[in-house]
Design a protein around this ligand. Structure first.
Ligand code: NAP
Length: 475
């Protein structure tokens, strides 16, 4: 038996587990710190939370769902889908819930995984699958501790957060905030949105999926696969447009400007929401409801810099106080701090945090020199701006299953060669250096400017390169 510990029961961890349990000689355990599966889809429950990648693509290729209620379903439906997949594939019984991993140490032959309560678990293979967007980032604003109302991050929304009839302040205009604000505008007494940088947006081609479609997909599954393939093609075209295609990029830019021209009548507001960063250097946001929400009389857009939080609200650089009862941080995630706060110690006592001091890196985003028999899911440079990360998770799950087979059949641990990993990293970073993602400050980059989250090429290139484990890549 090969003892495998997966950390995290989100889409990535579940994909790895489904692939690994196909081999009955593997003993797979998933350690999950929360009390249910789902990762970001469990944590993010703010009003309006939904997927901004079409569901036929934002789902496992091997478990297509004929019953999506719409092209961009709400988070609850995605969570239900993942739970169904995990149950059908026999994963639920392998998960230890309420189990937080604080660290893992390699002793030359195996990993010892330490849990928050002090318990230790021994594993031959360690698979961290904790995602890139699991640790909320909250700016440290002076006076924040003195705020007398309710303050919370979008990823920590609770059903008891008062919205109706309250004054709500939302900091940030990223993917989360542009879903939240339209959902609470009209319910709240007033919404004040604090914008630092206006995002690039496009109309969201959302639509309901009715009974006719559900029936057709159930009876003729190839139709469902065709819909997935069509969506895939569209994201390829959109991705090419965003990443600088000389013909399509101006068209996408024009579509974004046209959306503002049609949806924002007030020229002052339109000027405020017109982006000035290069298109695509941050995620392009699909929305039909954002600008109409901002144009409402009970919603204000504030573009002045926030200088402090007071007992009653937010103060901006122009000296104006903006009172609120609820303060929502839609300020994103600490995405560049991979595996923090876990302490991982590899061969010869090497600390992963030290190996990643200049920025996280991993060969194919999965394996790190000095850390044998450890494979990451959704590791460094495997995020995608325009297609589904679940596609990447599946590629990684298959690669890891092959690698684990090598571990199981060999008598030596599997450790990627340092020179192979360094060459790969140099290539990825040089490609990223000229990419659109270096065009602005975003969660893709570390403070030193290194892009550590995103994959520089097309998803198919990643699939091709990670399709087979090359034994010569390893010591
Ligand atoms: P985000 O895209 O990183 O946006 C954070 C927002 O907060 C930005 O507008 C940022 O402004 C602002 N901000 C941060 N610090 C600030 C400060 N000190 N003062 C003022 N504004 C500040 O975060 P997110 O919206 O949570 O989205 C993160 C990622 O989650 C997305 O890119 C996406 O991958 C994922 N997501 C996906 C979906 C989905 O539908 N699949 C939905 C939500 C989120 P700047 O732009 O100036 O930095």
């Amino acid at each position: 038996m090969t003892r495998i510990v997966i950390i995290g029961a989100g889409f990535g961890g579940i994909a790895a587990a489904i692939e690994l349990i196909k081999d009955s000689r593997h003993d797979v355990t998933i350690l999950e710190k929360a009390d249910r599966i789902g990762g970001v889809w469990r944590d993010n429950t703010y009003p309006g939370c939904a997927c901004d990648i079409p569901a036929p693509l934002y789902s496992y290729s091997f478990a297509q769902n004929p019953a999506w209620s719409r092209r961009y379903p709400p988070h609850r439906e995605i969570l239900d889908y993942l739970e169904r997949c995990a149950t059908r594939h026999g994963i639920m019984g392998r998960i230890r819930f309420g189990t937080e991993v604080t660290g893992a140490d390699w002793d030359g032959r195996r990993w010892t995984v330490t849990l928050a309560g002090g318990e230790r678990i021994v594993a031959d293979v360690l698979i961290p699958a904790v995602g890139q967007l699991s640790r909320p980032s909250i700016p440290s604003l002076p006076g924040a501790a003195d705020f007398r109302g309710v303050a919370l991050h979008t990823a920590h929304w609770r059903p008891d957060v008062p919205v109706d009839g309250r004054r709500i302040a939302v900091i940030g205009t990223g993917a989360s905030a542009i879903q939240l604000v339209p959902a609470i505008a009209g319910r709240a007494a007033h919404v004040t949105v604090f914008q630092r940088t206006p995002p690039w947006t496009l109309p969201k081609p959302d639509r309901r999926y009715g009974r006719l479609r559900h029936g057709a997909y159930r009876r003729v599954p190839p139709l469902m696969r065709a819909s997935r393939a069509g969506t895939w093609l569209l994201t390829l075209v959109a991705g090419a447009a965003v990443t600088g295609n000389r013909v399509t990029a101006p068209l996408v830019r024009a579509a974004s400007h046209l959306q503002r021209r049609i949806q924002v009548r007030d020229p002052r507001l339109r000027a405020q929401v017109t982006p000035d960063e290069p298109m695509g250097c941050k995620r392009i946001l699909f929305t039909n409801a954002w600008y109409p929400a901002l144009a409402r009389p009970d919603v204000d857009l504030v573009t002045e810099k926030i200088i402090a939080v007071t007992e009653d609200g937010i103060r901006t650089a122009d000296g104006v106080d903006h009172p609120c009862d609820v303060l929502v941080y839609g300020t994103g995630f600490a995405a560049t701090e991979f595996l923090v706060p876990m302490r991982i110690t590899g061969r010869d006592g090497a600390e992963l945090a030290e190996a990643w001091r200049a920025g996280a890196h991993a060969y194919l985003g999965m394996t790190v020199p000095g850390f044998p028999n450890m494979f990451l899911v959704y590791g460094p440079n495997t995020n995608t701006g325009n297609t589904s990360v679940i596609y990447f998770h599946e590629v990684q799950a298959r690669y890891i299953a092959q690698a684990v087979r090598l571990v199981a059949h060999g008598d030596k641990p599997l450790e990627v060669r340092a020179e192979r990993a360094a060459g790969y990293d140099a290539e990825i970073q040089s490609r990223l250096a000229g990419s659109v993602w270096t065009g602005c400050q975003s969660w893709y980059r570390t403070a030193s400017g290194r892009v550590v989250t995103n994959w520089p090429g097309k998803a198919q290139e990643y699939r091709r390169r990670a399709a087979r484990v090359d034994r010569s890549d390893f010591r």
